[in-house]
Design a protein around this ligand. Structure first.
Ligand SMILES: Nc1ncnc2c1ncn2[C@@H]1O[C@H](COP(=O)(O)OP(=O)(O)O)[C@@H](O)[C@H]1O
Ligand SMILES: [Mg+2]
Length: 369
């Protein structure tokens, strides 16, 4: 056999179970064909399946059956064992922050960011009301939605950029008394954000270590919708004290919310409850409530998850307008129905946070020595 004939024969040898051949996978090394047609080559591969090397060797010998002599050196490596949970990165606690709460949803567009912003404001109002903390500067919001960071716009901070403090820490932007950091502050409007594990972890480390949050009672985190790898990395990397799931009344949304809840279970973050958004439309003329998307989805979701139903929010033009204008409804109309619902949810969440047991996930609130 000539070298060309050998190459032709080898390009017909498929990797077991696949349609591509071993040559195009680059598995054949050191191919030599002697004047007498004797062939020698090395097969280099990484596989965890013990049968693969012998299958490939047999197939190569068959393909080269016409060669007078064939010597094959097999160089087989086994892949590195996948990381065990013990090797997962330790959640990043943030000194000075008492509680970190994630707001999540199974899919986009259910009002997760709207809820995150208004809940942050409502928590601040309740803390002030109960004399626990001043209304300003005691609550923060961290926008981790790598797919669509919308918190800056909702707080009227679209043009704002964080500054550096004298100690070279990043100073969060502030609006309505809420300290704000967003992945959006560090990306162009038009750049699609394709963030993967290591980059997400680096960003979280920066938000935890390099941001001068001050002393916060509560940090609200807006997570990206869904339950993929990016979301899992985030919930593993942040030192979450609890998670709130936002859903709409439809069964589909409720189903997806369930998946999100299982993600938190996996990483031992307690579920604080379910908020149903866009539950009903209240006719301004007569005050009648129309349950446009059906009734009870949020409650059923909560029940299925073994957690509490925290409240239902109306579908209201003022909520949408407040988001668009960068003036959240809870700040804009603190006496309206939405603001009252948000404060009632905030009270429930604060009560639950007090009961969250100290764990490795818990923030060390004592000053760092
Ligand atoms: N309860 C509500 N009533 C009216 N509009 C709402 C309500 N909740 C959210 N919206 C609007 O729906 C859109 C999607 O909300 P957003 O919070 O951005 O969703 P998500 O973060 O889940 O993608 C926004 O325009 C927002 O103003
Ligand atoms: Mg959002």
């Amino acid at each position: 056999m000539t070298k060309d004939e050998v190459i032709g024969a080898l390009s017909g040898v498929k990797y077991p179970g696949l349609t591509r051949d071993i040559l195009s996978f680059g598995l054949v090394k050191n191919l030599e064909v002697g004047d007498n047609g004797a062939v020698s080559l090395t097969i280099e591969l990484t596989t965890a399946k013990p049968e693969i090397p012998s299958q490939i060797e047999a197939a190569v010998r068959q393909a080269l059956a016409q060669a007078p002599e064939v010597s094959i050196a097999m160089n087989v490596k086994t892949p590195a064992a996948p990381g065990t949970p013990a090797q997962a990165p330790k959640p990043q606690s943030i000194p000075g922050i008492r509680h970190i709460v994630a707001i999540s949803s199974g899919k986009g567009g259910v009002g997760k960011s709207t809820v995150a912003v208004n809940l942050a404001l409502a928590i601040a109002q309740v803390l002030a009301e109960t004399g626990v903390a001043p209304a300003e500067g005691s609550v923060g919001i961290l926008d981790c939605d790598i797919y669509g960071p919308s918190i800056p716009a909702m707080l009227g901070l679209k043009q704002a950029r964080p500054t550096l403090t004298a100690a070279e820490k990043i100073k969060p932007c502030e609006a309505f008394g809420i300290r704000t950091m967003s992945i959006g502050f560090f990306a162009d409007d038009d750049t699609p954000l394709i963030w993967r594990g290591p980059r997400i972890q680096a960003a979280i480390r920066q938000f935890s270590r390099d941001v001068d949050w001050g002393a916060l009672e509560v940090l609200v985190v807006d997570l990206p919708p869904g339950t993929g790898d990016a979301q899992l990395t985030l919930v593993q990397t942040l030192a979450l004290d609890g998670a709130v799931v936002v859903t709409t009344p439809q069964a589909v949304a409720a189903d997806i919310a369930r998946r999100g809840a299982h993600m938190f279970e996996k990483v031992n973050v307690p579920l604080l409850g379910v908020i149903e958004n866009m539950s009903y439309f209240e006719n301004p003329a007569n005050g009648e409530r129309a349950y446009i998307f059906g009734q009870g989805g949020g409650g059923r979701t909560a029940m299925a998850l073994g957690t509490d139903f925290l409240g239902e929010l109306p579908l209201a033009q003022t909520i949408r307008e407040g988001g668009d204008a960068g003036r959240p409804i809870v700040a804009e109309d603190p006496d309206g129905v939405p603001a009252q619902v948000f404060r009632s949810v905030a009270r429930l969440i604060l009560k639950k946070l007090e009961k969250v047991p100290s764990s490795s996930n818990k923030i060390d609130n004592a000053p760092q020595k």
